[in-house]
Design a protein around this ligand. Structure first.
Ligand code: C2E
Ligand code: CA
Ligand code: CA
Ligand code: CA
Length: 280
């Protein structure tokens, strides 16, 4: 089956089968993506709203497929999760992102630059997660304070007592935890209070049409107030306009991430950006 033949096959195959065979093709080649060194990490800065300083870089996976070009994570991470390939891929991502952060810290004198890495549910369920994280930090000699792990509300709520245990251990290690896409899942507030977390990331959907006078603003205000009440830092995701930025300033949201500052960048471009200036 050739991907180029897609339109041709569509002629006599139901759409659903075309999609199924496409994802089968992706699944087959995803098995080799790691060893063939086709995975890339892009980095997107998180910027301090008052100082303009870049304090964190979020690691975002891409797949440089030899035939299909750059594949976004939404197209292959679900497959990686279903097949369990997310475990080795996630380990590679964690190690590579930590190593890259150490390289930046050393080369650019940025001792406190933090890297944020997304964890999937499958990784979070691995019994050796804590050992893996501490081994990577040790190997790379990265200060644990300079690593943040992003988990979603659904991961956190999946098995509350286990989550609490793992998060406590990570916290003891010095690693920070943030709750990603906050507001889109079902994170019970009483649990939130008990989890040792550091940061809430407000989902892009709330930031998206954030203007002074609509209900998105009311929700965002509520999330920021809640987070501050629990002593958490707030990151707004997907900030694209000056107008959104102004509202977030008024709300005293601490950090921002979005196209207004920078798109996710290749290592080369991210290095160029950090070298030029760490302040926007
Ligand atoms: P996410 O963790 O919520 O990451 C933020 C997504 O929003 C990124 O998409 C980023 O490029 C995009 N974004 C940032 N600023 C803006 C903006 O101003 N406007 C708009 N429209 N979009 C913006 P990306 O890189 O395609 O990643 C999509 C998702 O894939 C991520 O969502 C995350 O859930 C997942 N993902 C990416 N890398 C990894 C990884 O290493 N491991 C795991 N488990 N998941 C990952
Ligand atoms: Ca994230
Ligand atoms: Ca997010
Ligand atoms: Ca998201």
């Amino acid at each position: 089956v050739k991907l180029q033949g897609r339109n041709h096959y569509q002629f006599y195959q139901p759409e659903i089968n075309v999609q199924a065979s496409e994802s089968l093709i992706l699944e087959n080649s995803l098995h080799y993506a790691l060893e063939r060194e086709e995975l890339r990490i892009f980095y997107q800065p998180q910027v301090n709203i008052t100082t303009g300083e870049i304090t964190k870089m979020e690691a975002l996976l891409r797949w440089q497929h030899p035939k299909l070009g750059l594949i976004p994570p939404e197209q292959f991470i679900p497959i990686a999760e279903e097949t369990g390939l997310i475990v080795p891929i996630g380990e590679w991502t964690l190690r590579t992102a930590c190593a890259q952060n150490k390289t930046w810290q050393n080369a650019l004198n940025l001792e406190t630059l933090t890297v944020a890495v997304n964890l999937s549910a499958r990784q979070f369920q691995q019994p050796n997660l804590l050992k893996l994280v501490s081994q990577i930090l040790l190997d790379i000699k990265l200060n644990p304070n300079c690593l943040e792990l992003e988990i979603t509300e659904s991961i956190a709520m999946d098995n509350v007592s286990l989550t609490q245990e793992i998060l406590s251990e990570l916290c003891k290690m010095g690693v920070s935890i943030s709750i990603d896409d906050f507001g889109t899942g079902y994170c019970s507030l009483s649990y939130l209070k008990n989890f040792p977390i550091h940061c809430l990331k407000i989902d892009r959907s709330f930031v998206c049409d954030l203007t002074n006078e609509n209900c998105q603003a009311a929700i965002t205000t509520a999330i920021v107030t809640l987070a501050h009440g629990l002593n958490l830092t707030v990151v707004a995701e997907g900030v694209e306009t000056e107008e959104q930025l102004n509202v977030l300033r008024i709300l005293e949201c601490e950090l921002m991430q979005g196209y207004l500052f920078s798109r996710p960048l290749s290592v080369e471009d991210a290095t160029r950006l950090l070298r030029k200036s760490t302040t926007f």
